[in-house]
Write a protein that binds this ligand. Structure first.
Ligand SMILES: NC(=O)NCCC(=O)O
Ligand SMILES: [Zn+2]
Ligand SMILES: [Zn+2]
Length: 484
């Protein structure tokens, strides 16, 4: 069966033009005028864009004594409802667990996905087993991205020596390092101090994680990555201090990318001062929301290209789960949702305000990350041969975000009450219509794993440069070289 999207305007990261799109067998087979298909989708007045890719989700994640509430079924359904057609989740090994055993658990959970997905592998401890497993994960499982938590001391955090060892191994294998950049030692001290002083509420979560802890860790990760010779992707960049480090590194030619979240772009720290404990705790995430100056910095980064991708870090906990931290903010499970809202919120606050062009919107929600992760143009493109992961975007469609109509399984929405203008008319996952003019038609289990090869063009360029500039002994006549 074929499907044709008619009368729309195609918007990619670099082009805008009128054409129909024909889809057969889940892929785009023709782009041009007057195409015909068995099923017709009317895109009059709409943009036809690559579906969103959210490179940062935690679905059914074991964390802080519980599991995040959206699983691969509800999470990907939420994504599709908002125009996202691929998610990348983090496989987290327990201490001492092999990377491959952790992946088996993620394989089992992801069988329920409604859209395509991939995994990043987390390095949560270091040893010979991890060193060996990394090669298998890259070469046999098609995962080229490895995350390192510089925070969550006593749980997921790795130290500098572990991080350097892992980064060097990644450089050797052609992988990409990811970091959650916060100084976990300083955060732990600040948490203890605040609690001892009677600062126990959700606002203290923000006090315990000032921009400096993020700026310091981002700088450190950039320098360690540079010494190891590995490309670096900094997740959830929330503040000027971290952005500044990324911006400077990029200007120096270092291979570094930054990923702001839609939450940090559109919500601010005043949420934590809300007199309602539940309201504030529901917004506890790391890094915390910041002030307007930091938000302006993030927007400017997207405009200028010093920041590359907008994600969600979707990690949704119910109010009941958040209440584990009543009386002790350090026990509030960290995380917020956003999968359904990322694209409409970014369009509303980015494109409708003139901060982003529609093409830049496509770049930061889909194409840039597809290139970084090495799944372009299968994903992130409107091209013949690409997967038909598409969103037919109606720039006139409006709604007020509310938990009562959302797909996510939690009982609130951090964007509750926000008006958005710009929403999907249709969302297609490999050619299958998952959202049809407001009606959800997702199919559990439709999603397939997207394998991604290592040794991307960026890896190759960086290793060529590092080889060229490697320290070399100076040949001196009459003095024999020694050493092992
Ligand atoms: N971000 C957050 O608060 N929770 C999810 C885990 C992480 O990414 O740090
Ligand atoms: Zn994180
Ligand atoms: Zn995360």
């Amino acid at each position: 069966m074929s499907t044709v999207i008619k009368n729309g305007t195609i918007v990619t990261a670099d082009l805008t033009y009128k054409a129909d799109v024909l889809i057969e067998g889940g892929v785009i087979t023709q782009i041009g005028p007057d195409l015909k298909g068995d099923e017709q989708l009317d895109a009059t007045g709409c943009y036809v864009m690559p579906g969103g890719i959210d490179p940062h989700t935690h679905l059914e994640m074991p964390f802080m004594g519980t599991y995040s509430s959206d699983d691969f079924e509800s999470g990907t359904r939420a994504g599709l409802a908002g125009g996202t057609t691929m998610v990348v989740d983090f496989a987290l090994p327990n201490p001492g667990e092999s990377l491959l055993d952790a992946l088996k658990r993620w394989d089992n959970k992801s069988t329920r996905a409604n859209c395509d997905y991939s995994f990043h592998m987390a390095v949560t401890w270091w040893g010979e087993q991890v060193f060996d497993d990394m090669k298998t994960v890259i070469e046999q499982r098609g995962i080229n991205t490895f995350k390192h938590f510089m925070a969550y001391k006593g749980a997921l955090m790795v130290n500098d020596d572990e991080m350097y060892a892992s980064f060097k191994r990644l450089a050797e294998l052609g992988g990409i390092a990811l970091v959650h950049a916060e100084n976990g030692d300083v955060v732990a001290e600040l948490q203890a101090k605040l609690m001892a002083e009677g600062n126990c509420g959700p606002e203290a979560h923000a006090y315990s994680r000032p921009p400096q802890v993020e700026g310091e860790a981002t700088n450190r990760a950039i320098m360690i990555a540079d010494m190891a010779g590995v490309p670096l992707y900094v997740v959830h960049t929330s503040c000027e201090e971290s952005h500044e480090a990324i911006r400077r590194a990029r200007m120096q030619g270092k291979r570094v990318w930054g990923e702001p979240l839609i939450q940090h772009l559109t919500l601010d720290e005043s949420e934590y001062f809300n007199p309602d404990w539940d309201h504030a705790a529901r917004r506890v995430m790391s890094p915390p929301f910041r002030n307007k100056q930091h938000q302006d910095s993030l927007w400017a980064g997207l405009q200028s290209g010093s920041l590359s991708v907008v994600a969600t870090d979707h990690c949704a906990f119910t109010t009941e789960q958040k209440r584990y931290g009543v009386g002790d903010f350090t026990k509030i499970p960290n995380g917020t949702g956003g999968l359904e809202d990322r694209m409409p919120m970014l369009w509303t606050h980015g494109v409708n305000t003139g901060r982003l062009t529609p093409n830049e919107f496509v770049a930061v929600t889909s194409t840039n990350i597809a290139k970084i992760l090495n799944c372009y143009p299968k994903k992130g493109a409107v091209l013949v041969g690409a997967d038909a992961d598409l969103v037919v975007w109606d720039p006139e469609k409006t709604k007020t975000i509310t938990a009562s109509t959302q797909q996510s399984s939690i009982d609130y929405n951090v964007f509750e009450g926000h008006e958005v203008k710009g929403l999907p008319r249709f969302t297609l996952t490999r050619g299958q219509v998952a959202v049809h003019d407001g009606e959800i038609r997702t199919q559990e289990g439709h999603g397939k794993f997207v394998a991604r090869e290592a040794n991307t063009v960026v890896n190759k360029a960086l290793s060529t440069w590092k080889e060229l500039t490697a320290p070399r002994p100076v040949e001196r006549s009459g003095i024999p070289a020694t050493g092992v």
